[in-house]
Design a protein around this ligand. Structure first.
Ligand code: SAH
Length: 525
């Protein structure tokens, strides 16, 4: 934190067009160190995850009945700067492209508050890029122009908008604009008929390709393509609302071959990931890479055991076992942490063979413990591991240590004991608890019927989700497709009176994603 007697600095940071990956490295550094973040409607609120330490002040139009005036925003920046804070003024796209960043700098300069500017990727470049439209191309245009439709939208208020009606001010020279080979209009959705009409009237060919892109670079992106003559009607028919960029020029025709973003297989699908926060990322990233809009709603929380004595006892005597069995990445991680906390390390496993259920678990054993697994069954379930042990004649007379979750099924323990193992010690290396609540974003999206899929990666994710949704969970889940990672999870889903739409053939995250992909796209997106 800055000292209060010193004057702070205000950083005008371009948040980029929406995709959180399109923030600059400099912008990210500043967010991480910010005391205060002043952000608005177009800056993706997910960026605030980079600055949990900062006071976040929302000044966008949807905050309350009253949006903040530009003077009020300027006053906040000046006040926080004078109070010695590191202030990030996070603005959608680039701060100086129709973002009123210039006015904020003037106010700061007048008040003697130091400021810096971090440019951002502006919507007129990024949204077309994600719609498969390069804004310049050697065959079509050697210039590209940014214009504003000046309507009442995010950045301009009603009174100001009136004074800036397209064509009203001396700044709009339609004859000149109509000669340009490629133009992009910000804030031009409502005045689109007027803009297109003026361009045609001043000589731009009516068949010039044109496109409007709403919420570009985000999973909500929607693109309407047409010509100068018919785009306004198509946009109206599609009910395309702000914020959208409209680009007019021959380059729009290239979308036919370059539409990479919207053609990804899961684009337009909203998919819920219910596993623990610790485990969600690999599934979430997988789905997001395929274009899905991912909603993370952990239904399970992991915790260390309330009581360590049993675990410690087992860890101390690892060398006395023939086999140590891990059944999840979490088990590996908790074992590693406890070993290190106790002043021990991977040498505790010397001479012991290691088995793992699941590729990801085997990988964690390699990466986290620097051990190779001796056995990892082809099928990622406890039954398969027991079968493999049996086939190898590895049960009778052997000692087994199972380091698993407190809710692990008894099957493996029983199979080993029945098969003649001398000792089977089943230790809860971590505990699982149902999450206490679901994120409001999920509940809202379910109510609005915006969820396409829910993924279940274990029986407890299914049971916990139902419990968290309450007694009418079936009604809430109506129309939502359910994806199960394997037969055990499927059984749990069926016990809830629900039917999985798909079940993975390979019982892991890749298999789950594959099953969703193979089930084909729904008609609506
Ligand atoms: N400073 C911003 C622009 C602010 S003006 C920038 O550099 O991008 C607000 C207008 O920007 C919106 O009305 C819309 O026309 C455009 N805009 C911003 N983000 C957008 C997005 N993700 N997709 C489409 N248009 C967007």
């Amino acid at each position: 934190m800055s000292e209060s007697h010193k004057i702070g600095t205000v950083y005008l940071v371009g948040a980029g067009p929406g995709d959180v990956g399109l923030l600059t490295v400099r912008g990210l550094e500043l967010l991480r160190k910010a005391d205060v973040v002043v952000y608005d409607y177009l800056a993706n609120p997910l960026l605030l995850q980079h600055c949990p330490q900062a006071q976040a002040i929302y000044v966008g139009k949807k905050a309350a009945a009253h949006s903040m005036s530009q003077d009020q925003i300027n006053a906040i920046l000046v006040e926080k700067g004078k109070a010695g804070k590191r202030v990030v003024r996070l603005k959608g796209g680039d701060p100086f492209v129709f973002g009123r960043g210039g006015e904020e700098c003037e106010a700061l300069a007048a008040a003697g508050v130091p400021f810096e500017v971090v440019p951002g990727i502006t919507a007129a470049i990024a949204a077309p890029a994600y719609a498969g439209i390069p804004v310049t191309h050697r065959d079509f245009n050697s210039s590209f122009t940014f214009l504003t439709g000046h309507e009442k939208e995010e950045e301009y208020r009603e009174d100001e908008a009136k004074a800036r009606e397209p064509g009203a001010g001396s700044d709009v020279d339609w004859a000149a604009i109509a000669k340009l080979p490629c133009v992009a209009f910000y804030m031009g959705v409502k005045s689109l008929p007027r803009i297109c009409g003026k361009l045609i009237e001043h000589g731009m060919p009516a068949d010039t390709p044109a496109a409007s892109i709403r919420w570009g670079t985000t999973p909500r992106q929607r693109t309407v393509v047409g010509t100068l003559a018919d785009l306004p009607q198509k946009v109206a028919e599609a009910k395309l609302a702000p914020p959208a960029i409209t680009i007019v020029g021959k380059v729009v025709s290239l979308r036919a071959t370059m539409n990479w973003f919207e053609s990804r297989p899961l684009f337009g699908q909203t998919i819920v990931v219910t596993r623990t926060r610790q485990q969600a990322s690999d599934l979430s990233e997988h789905l997001a890479e395929l274009g899905a809009n991912v909603v993370e709603a952990p239904t399970i929380e992991l915790a260390q055991p309330g009581e360590w004595s049993e675990v410690d006892e087992a860890l101390e005597h690892i060398a006395e076992y023939d086999w140590v069995i891990f059944t999840s990445q979490n088990g590996v991680q908790f074992a590693k942490r406890r070993l290190l906390d106790r002043g021990s390390d991977a040498r505790a496993f010397a001479g012991v063979r290691v088995a793992a259920i699941g590729e990801a678990t085997a990988q964690a054993v390699r990466d986290e413990l620097c051990l190779r697994v001796d056995l990892c069954p082809k099928e990622f379930v406890a039954e398969a591991l027991a079968d493999d042990f049996e086939k190898r004649g590895e049960i009778r007379g052997r000692r087994f240590l199972l380091l698993r979750a407190d809710i692990a099924r008894p099957l493996l323990r029983e199979r080993l004991a029945d098969g003649g193992a001398v000792e089977v010690r089943d230790v809860s290396i971590y505990e699982t608890r149902p999450a206490t609540s679901l994120p409001p974003t999920l509940l809202d999206a379910l109510a609005a019927k915006e969820i396409d899929w829910i993924t279940f990666t274990s029986s407890s994710t299914a049971r916990n989700l139902a419990a968290l949704l309450g007694p009418d969970y079936k009604a809430k889940l109506e129309g939502v497709k359910l994806a199960s990672i394997g037969p055990i999870t499927t059984r749990a889903i069926e016990e809830l009176g629900l039917t999985p739409t798909v079940q993975a053939t390979t019982y892991n995250v890749e298999g789950l994603v594959d099953a969703i992909l193979k089930s084909g796209m729904p008609a609506s997106a």
